[in-house]
Write a protein that binds this ligand. Structure first.
Ligand code: ADP
Ligand code: ASP
Ligand code: MG
Length: 447
């Protein structure tokens, strides 16, 4: 079996879904299970509608909803099931307007409509083109905990349901399901976090022991730099699970960070492919890719990072100082990405700044805190870094006059990360890319 996941741009219109249908048709013999995202930017639009509704801008919310409905009905030729779902959605939006509050649970209910609707439309358009497609509701298969908006799978139940439902169905039909959406044991709708359709694909792939998990998107594969920062990077032909996970964690949106784990545990290869250029080989992610003479695989970036400097009020770093700091972050469920310490100070970076003010106030009861916003993390990723002497000196030479606020290389030697001011990001990535991809190994990169 094969799992094929198509992202928002790959299913953004009926025409795009037509291209997807031809890609799937060519692989029918491999018994594909097709996982789809919401069409285009539907998830963002649903959230905007929800926020308008609770802010009392009901007319604007309903206008947004009508536009979304017209679009989906137009692309699906007035599919009846889609009309029904929009009626339900309409009741939900009116309810939100009355209650005036968008709880995490309601957010999941709202967002789930994107994938519920897109998966029905994809099934119908496949059938119209003669593909024997059947729809299955992902919420009946993927069971999660109750952490709404970022729920985690309950593996035993999920795997049991996948194994029971899918292999037989997929041997006779092309199975189509929505990504991103799931439900609790009690049947309450949850979601796996933004970008979570990739994760659905790997949960399903691991659950049914698929031969390969394919992530079809709008780029040729993993590129040597984030194309929104540096266009014209090279395609990474092959990389390891560990490298892909590290890149995703440090901002490469092409893959949801949780995607790699289920696949790597079952040693199922993951392939990133372009649904508009299906002839390109993409990026293959495996446990042990062949050796490369290039020390790094790719450069990932995270924008809008906050840097926090914490100085112990006592002269020396007292015993228990780090523990006290991390207890505060733990209590506010705020992850720390990078960390550097000296005898009296700790610098760390935070991506999710939602609780930053509260965290700051608590830490200020025992230390001095300063916060710098609009910073960026640049992360050079490559398992080959550990075998390549001189990566750090090359990095500093390439940076030239650009100031690195913080640098860290973990014990795994899988990455070297640095923090620069947001305004220096593009220039720094350009310089680093020029330095490290001067003559990339043609066995590992396509250009
Ligand atoms: P989908 O809707 O198919 O899930 P996403 O927008 O989530 O697509 O992910 C694809 C995007 O990831 C690309 O369009 C690109 O802008 C971004 N991206 C960031 N870093 C990289 C990278 N290193 N290689 C490829 N794409 C990247
Ligand atoms: N539609 C969801 C989102 O936009 C999930 C996904 O596309 O992966 O976050
Ligand atoms: Mg995505």
């Amino acid at each position: 079996m094969l799992v094929m996941k198509f992202g928002g741009t790959s299913v953004e219109t009926a025409e795009a879904i037509g291209r997807v249908a031809e890609i799937v048709r060519q692989r029918v013999a491999m018994r594909p299970v097709v996982v789809v995202s919401a069409m285009g930017k539907t998830t963002n639009k649903l959230l905007a509608i929800g926020h308008r509704a609770i802010a009392g801008e009901v007319a604007a919310a309903l206008a947004g909803l009508a536009e979304l409905r017209d679009f989906h009905l137009h692309e699906s030729d007035g599919l009846e099931t889609v009309t029904g779902l929009f009626d339900q959605l309409s009741s939900l939006v009116n309810g939100l307007a009355v209650i005036g509050e968008l709880t995490p649970r309601a957010t999941d209910a709202l967002c789930s409509f994107g994938e519920r609707i897109s998966s029905l439309i994809v099934t119908a358009l496949f059938r119209k083109r003669g593909i024997d497609a059947v729809h299955i509701d992902a919420r009946d298969l993927i069971v999660t905990d109750k952490r709404h908006t970022q729920a985690a799978p309950v593996w035993a139940q999920t795997n049991a349901r996948l194994a029971k439902a899918l292999p037989d169905l997929a041997s006779a039909h092309v199975v189509v399901m929505g990504g991103f959406i799931a439900s609790t044991e009690e049947g309450v709708t949850t979601t796996l976090g933004r970008g979570g359709s990739d994760y659905t694909a790997s949960i399903v792939g691991a659950g049914i022991g698929a031969q390969e998990i394919q992530i079809w998107t709008d780029v040729d594969g993993i590129l040597t730099a984030d194309p929104t920062i540096l266009p014209g990077g090279y395609r990474v032909k092959v990389c390891s699970f560990a490298e892909a996970a590290e890149l995703a964690y440090f901002g490469a949106k092409v893959l949801h960070p949780a995607t790699v784990l289920p696949a790597s545990e079952k040693n199922i290869p993951v392939r990133i492919l372009n649904s508009r250029r299906s002839e390109v080989e993409g990026t293959l992610i495996v446990s042990h890719p062949p050796a490369s003479s290039t020390p790094i695989r790719s450069i990932a970036c995270k924008r809008n990072i906050t840097l926090m400097n914490i100085v112990s009020s006592r002269m020396l770093m007292a015993h228990g100082f780090l523990r006290r700091i991390f207890e505060v972050f733990d209590r506010f469920e705020t992850p720390v990405d990078m960390l550097a310490t000296s005898e009296v100070s700790v610098s760390l970076t935070v991506d999710n700044a939602g609780w930053l003010e509260a965290i700051r106030r608590e830490i200020e009861t025992f230390a001095e805190v300063s916060v710098e916003e609009n910073q960026a993390i640049i992360c050079l990723v490559g398992e080959n870094i550990r075998n390549s002497p001189g990566v750090s000196p090359r990095l500093f030479t390439a940076l030239g006059g650009t100031k690195a606020r913080m640098v860290s290389q973990g014990a795994s030697q899988l990455n070297i990360s640095l923090v620069v001011a947001g305004g220096d990001l593009v220039r720094a990535v350009e310089s680093l890319h020029r330095e490290f991809f001067r003559s990339p190994d043609p066995a590992s990169f396509a250009f």
